[in-house]
Ligand binder design. Sequence first.
Ligand code: GDP
Length: 420
Amino acid sequence: MNALVLGLQWGDEGKGKAIDYLARDFDVVIRYQGGHNAGHTVYPSGQKVVLHLLPSGIFSPQTASLIGNGVVVDPLRLREEIAAVKKLGFPLGQLVLSDAAPLILPFHQELDIIFEESRYQKIGTTRRGIGPAYEDLTGRRALFVRDLLTRERFSRRVGLLNDYYNRLIGAFGGRLLRVEDYLEEYVAAGEFLRPYVENTVYLLDRYRREGKRILFEGAQGTLLDVSFGTYPYVTSSHPTVSGALCGTGLSAKAIDRVVGITKAYATRVGEGPFPSELFDRSGERLREIGNEFGATTGRPRRVGWLDLVALRYALMVNGADAMFMTKLDVLDDFAEIKVAVAYDCAGVTTDRFDPDPEILQNVRPVYRIFKGWREATGRARSFAELPPSARVYLKFIEEQTLVPVEYVSVGTLREQTIRR
Ligand code: GDP
């Protein structure tokens, strides 16, 4: 059984925790999109580790961890991350990096800053060059991991692209780049990464034929998908099911099950519409108790109530079979918990999620209010051990989405997970 595990909201759903928990049942975990803008937090053997590029299965020693061709790779950051995780005592013997993953290069970061500062709309990107690197892929200019492995080939290709972008960077008054200033560092990173590099398309096909169980790991979330999210306030890749195909080379038939991750409430970083956003004391409490500050950037996250209109849309787009709900414990102390069940759109009630910001910015959520449980859930290990009001909350979500909540997370630790 292969499974695809992805975020159903705007990212930060707690995918790190969920995938680390689920990975034990799989032989292979593959990341299929995004870059080091993702920040998955896991607590293997208690200590906190934030992963940016490495798949969250990396801490299960039996699991092969792959970085697929859909992930954009900054070779310097990847080298750093590998070194840091090795230092913690995890050997990484089973890490494989796709030879066809596009590279993030120094000018991409420069372009990211220029775009973000000159654009008529602020997107709120992490400014790490992820977007411009994806633009190069569709623009047919990208360099790939395989280009990094031969000095002559890398230097020739990166030289051409560097010249091309210097004209643009110069026109915007940005910092011009000289290849000779970074060439050696990149070639050295290529040497460091070489033992991990392979053609992952054939490798995955072999794994599949051998009957190995494969877990596809998504980064960011469905509502940030470049095609299905709240464009232009989106990421540059496909966190949805489609990204798992073009980011790995496996066929649609290889995905047996889709598990979507959602928090028990909602958060968003950066700009863009967020109908159930809170600006009051409840919002502040959700942010504090839920520790809603970016794992990568430290930015405070925007927070709000769970939005079932958005959730149903995300489940639909991905054909999700089950949900993994995280952070239920964050709601423990609330006297009242709200859930958006529909939108009021200029006086008309709708249950449709139209990702167009012009529309989504102007809807008002219609809330259903639940009594809070006012009881700690962190020690619950079964559905029956949850307080009755928490069970009512979960059952309501299932009724409204017609998708079972198969896993409930009540804390950061692996064992604080209820499997139903
Ligand atoms: P990701 O990018 O989707 O993995 O999200 P983050 O890395 O931002 O993870 C969210 C944070 O919530 C991390 O610090 C997790 O350890 C934490 N977390 C995950 N699940 C739970 C949970 O059930 N309860 C609590 N209190 N924290 C959790």
